[in-house]
Write a protein that binds this ligand. Structure first.
Ligand SMILES: Cc1cc2nc3c(=O)[nH]c(=O)nc-3n(C[C@H](O)[C@H](O)[C@H](O)COP(=O)(O)O)c2cc1C
Length: 207
């Protein structure tokens, strides 16, 4: 059985394109893997709090030295990390906001990147601990930034996510972009096809 964690990060409750894409992913995956368990976390409609200085202090306090208050402060982050750890596949719906990710997704990453838990500093530099999971990032963008588009250098979404996810060990990351949404639904239609292709390719590799 595979467990798929879907992380949505659009603040749009009614007509979110990225949420439609993650729903299509979940349904197509479930059809291909009837025993799969789908778990959802919506950090767009139910944003996580920004990490404050007390929480950061608790992150950097060794586990056996943490006060009861610090343990309580870490409970939410612990549960977010546990969701990621217990998933085999992570699917992230990521609208582009101001050339990067939404603030909701940034807060999720700030709760996932935990020193000593999801990454460690070693003699050989930082090492991430969430490896072995496949990640699909389904982006939505008003403009176009991929495949050598003139605005490619303005894309701080894919490069940032590759770095931040790679830092915690998530280095098997597949991006599917729904681009040019300001000009119509063609980009969404192409993304739907790419999602179906990615899931059937994954099925063929696993077989
Ligand atoms: C606050 C805000 C900022 C945006 N910034 C960008 C941007 O920098 N570049 C871009 O191409 N589209 C931008 N867009 C357009 C969205 O990426 C696009 O509408 C996308 O489909 C939103 O995904 P969603 O429908 O899942 O929320 C922005 C939209 C909003 C609401």
């Amino acid at each position: 059985m595979t467990r798929v964690l879907i992380v949505n990060s659009s603040p749009n409750p009614d007509s979110s394109v990225s949420r439609a894409l993650t729903e299509h992913f979940a349904k197509t995956w479930q059809d291909a893997h009837p025993n799969a368990e789908i778990v959802s976390r919506d950090v767009g409609l139910a944003p996580l709090p920004h990490i404050d200085q007390d929480t950061i202090g608790a992150y950097y306090t060794p586990e056996d030295a943490r006060s009861e208050e610090q343990k309580e402060l870490l409970a939410l982050s612990d549960s977010i990390v546990e969701e990621a750890l217990s998933a085999d596949v992570i699917v992230i719906g990521s609208p582009m906001h101001n050339f990067g990710i939404t603030s909701g997704l940034k807060a999720w990453i700030d709760h996932v990147a935990r020193v000593g838990l999801t990454f460690s500093y070693t003699e050989n530099g930082p090492v991430g601990h969430l490896g072995g999971r496949k990640v699909y990032v389904l982006t939505t963008r008003g403009g176009a930034y991929s495949n050598g588009a003139p605005a490619a250098t303005m894309d701080h979404q894919e490069p940032y996510l590759r770095t931040a996810l790679g830092f915690v060990g998530l280095d098997d990351v597949n991006f599917i972009h729904a681009e040019g949404m300001a000009g119509g639904t063609g980009g969404q239609d192409r993304a739907v096809v790419l999602i179906e292709q990615a899931i059937s390719e994954n099925l063929a590799v696993a077989a």
